[in-house]
Design a protein around this ligand. Sequence first.
Ligand code: SF4
Ligand code: SF4
Length: 384
Amino acid sequence: MPSPPSTPPAAGSLQALADRCVQCGLCLPVCPTYAQEPLETESPRGRIALLKAWDNGTLAPTEAGDAHLDHCLGCRRCESVCPAGVEYGALLTLGRAQQRQRRRPGIRQRTAEALAARPRLRAGVFALYRRAWPWLPAAWRPMPRPPAETPRPPGRPAPRINEDASATVAVFVGCFAEHYEGPARAALARLLAALGIDAAFPDHPSCCGALHAHAGDTDRAATLSRAVSVDFASADIVLSLASGCHGALGETLGERAVDALAFLAQRADALSFSPCRERIALHVPCTQRTVAKSDDALRRLLARVPDLELVALDAGFGCCGAAGTQMLTDPERAARFRRPLLDPLAGSGATRLLSANIGCRLHLANGTEIPVQHPLEFLAERLI
Ligand code: SF4
Ligand code: SF4
């Protein structure tokens, strides 16, 4: 057994972050993996203890321990209720970075990371995937069919917004979202135009690196973060459409990263929407609640649509299961988290489902025939 460290752990080190946990257990009831399997090892407190023991050498890594860490969804619900201020997200990234040094990620994870970081490769693969999709067996369709290419929203080169002539608004596009969020970006451009704002869309979108950081590839995440810094060097405000990217963008761009829904909600008095007599289901992604914190802003925007009947989806285990790349690397497990959301959706009479995170939308859309959209698409449709 190793001797205890003679000096206190450096601030920001795994030990220092883990030492803040007072083991009160208040995070256990909000943890989706603990809700599904009520074992200490499937809880935030158990994972923190495991990471600390691995780090200080009191416990050797095992396959079972690795699996408990793999199961963590990275939803950070634990962090949002922790009275001791444990930065669980940072701890998880450090723990997974250590894990990655002794265990190579699987082929699906490596493929997802390569596609996210290499735009030209990704463009070719997604174009092929879209063409082949109708003929692929279900097991070969890990994600829905990408939409047909949407005309690029106008707004190049980076224009000035009219209300505040010194501010430039740009939109973060992202990696996989580049191929799926064309309609959401067009919707955002319409909503911004209604406010008199002409936003800039980068020509060669970079990945924010969240997918890599989530899996412990901190070097690649840092490289991508630097590319994002360069892309948006001249922007005063960078709008994010995906709550899953928002945390990484915030770490790179600081307060210049603004959730698009929060941005619109602050200016909602200038937006008018036509009545809608549909019943629409709303899914609030974990990251929208715990990181982007734009769920209230979204509700305020939707409340401005007259006659809209909103059905809030039951939280199920508390997470849809998309969880970074879990929907690709462990689809069966991911589907178990999705089921308690999709069953009530099917019986709700809702004509569509809204969700503000790209990963959640892809995962949910792969399990239902009901159209799944970004809330911006719905709002732009009702714009008067
Ligand atoms: S709520 Fe915070 S301090 Fe309490 S067990 Fe969970 S992580 Fe530790
Ligand atoms: S991030 Fe989510 S799944 Fe992971 S320990 Fe925290 S609450 Fe549980």
